[in-house]
Design a protein around this ligand. Structure first.
Ligand SMILES: C[S@@+](CC[C@H](N)C(=O)[O-])C[C@H]1O[C@@H](n2cnc3c(N)ncnc32)[C@H](O)[C@@H]1O
Length: 348
């Protein structure tokens, strides 16, 4: 039954479609539903009465829990107001793990504090069986001097060369700012937000289901990371935009055998377990204390992770895979001077 939906984006009402997915059959579910804020979607009126909205949300949330495997996770993205209700539904059916605060400006809600974050609720279907991987992100640095933003004092020798473990406050992923990178859709998420979620909760070939596909952020992140995807959306144009974009994507967001998330020329999320394999792909100062003033740098540039609206062609992607570990030539940066290293292909 699930096969007909696998690696496809299906047009239709997610509640009806979810009912066709067997119990305990997908590895993670992620939902970024309409926020009931009168957004201009093509096929959906985003202004239900309060109780009508909440009842509707409870129905599809129950379905998401039902279809998720006992080892799997359920992620719900929304403004904090709606997440308080979602948490009360979910607490009856699954195990709370985290309220991830994604630092991103949101619409002012009247005379009150300025909303500065979206929430992502992270629940385990069963905390005892949960599949979860620790992930790291790059050290935060000042924009101009590139010195570490945080003062580690006498603990610099204990720094991880790449960066800290990711906490439940995400300040390093920005909303898509330029219209040229956006699709014809009012609320598109950045791909590397979904890549982070997928890296921490799934393995290669696992199934990621998004009942509110929009223009395909989740499916694209899943495909780039070698996962399978299932997407639903009411609107045929959003489905068709997604399908066109997916045709140009390949499962190549990796270094050697390790899946990573790229944004522009940086690896923005990697798995802690993979660091031993990945470290040879970076120029790292000999003395770890020098991390304070000297960013580590990927030995090769990647070309795959420009913001969402990618006009890239698959030939370009295939070339990327070939050139990823070719010689990189002269390297000069801060006080870490030239190296002419041939980056080694890492294999496990
Ligand atoms: C907030 S957007 C999702 C955006 C998506 N995360 C992205 O990055 O492109 C919500 C989407 O839900 C879709 N939608 C609304 N009601 C739906 C329903 N009952 N079944 C399936 N999709 C629905 C809308 O068409 C819209 O594209």
């Amino acid at each position: 039954m699930i096969e007909k939906f696998l690696n496809k984006i299906t047009q239709g009402d997610c509640l009806k479609l979810l009912k066709q997915i067997p119990d305990n059959s997908v590895d993670i579910t992620f939902a970024d539903p309409p926020f009931n804020l009168k957004k201009g979607y093509n096929s959906y009126k985003d202004s239900l009465k309060l109780q009508e909205y909440l009842d509707w949300c409870e129905s599809w949330i129950s379905e998401m829990v039902r279809v998720t495997k006992p080892t799997g996770s359920i992620f719900l993205h929304n403004i904090p107001k709606w997440l308080t209700y979602y948490a009360s539904f979910l607490n009856k059916k699954a195990d709370f793990k985290h309220w991830i605060s994604w630092d991103a400006p949101t619409a002012p809600m009247g005379k009150s504090l300025q909303p500065g974050h979206y929430g992502i609720l992270f629940y385990a279907k069963d905390a005892k069986q949960l599949k979860y991987y620790e992930i790291r992100h790059p050290h935060k640095r000042t924009r101009k001097t590139k010195i570490l933003a945080k003062d580690y004092g006498g603990k610099k020798s204990m720094l991880h060369p790449y960066g800290p473990l990711v906490s439940d406050v995400w300040t390093d992923i920005h909303r898509i700012k330029h219209n040229k990178f956006r699709d014809e859709h009012p609320c598109q998420l950045p791909i590397h937000l979904l890549e982070r979620i997928i890296l921490m909760s799934t393995d290669e070939n696992d199934i990621v289901l998004d009942p509110f596909n929009g223009t395909g952020t989740t499916a694209i992140a899943a495909k780039r990371l070698g996962r399978q995807y299932i997407g639903f959306d009411l609107d045929k144009d959003y489905v068709s935009i997604t399908q066109q974009k997916l045709e140009h994507e390949l499962p190549i967001s990796k270094i050697g055998e390790c899946w990573v998330s790229f944004y522009l020329d940086e690896v923005v999320t990697l798995r802690n377990n993979d660091w031993n394999y990945l470290k040879d792909s970076f120029y790292i100062p000999d003395k770890v204390e020098d991390i304070d003033t000297t960013p580590i740098i990927l030995k090769t540039k990647n070309n795959i992770s420009t913001p969402a609206k990618i006009k890239s062609i698959s030939i370009h992607h295939q070339q990327f895979q070939k050139t990823l570990f070719e010689p990189t030539g002269e390297y000069k940066q801060n006080n870490l001077t030239s190296k002419n290293t041939i980056a080694k292909k890492i294999s496990r």
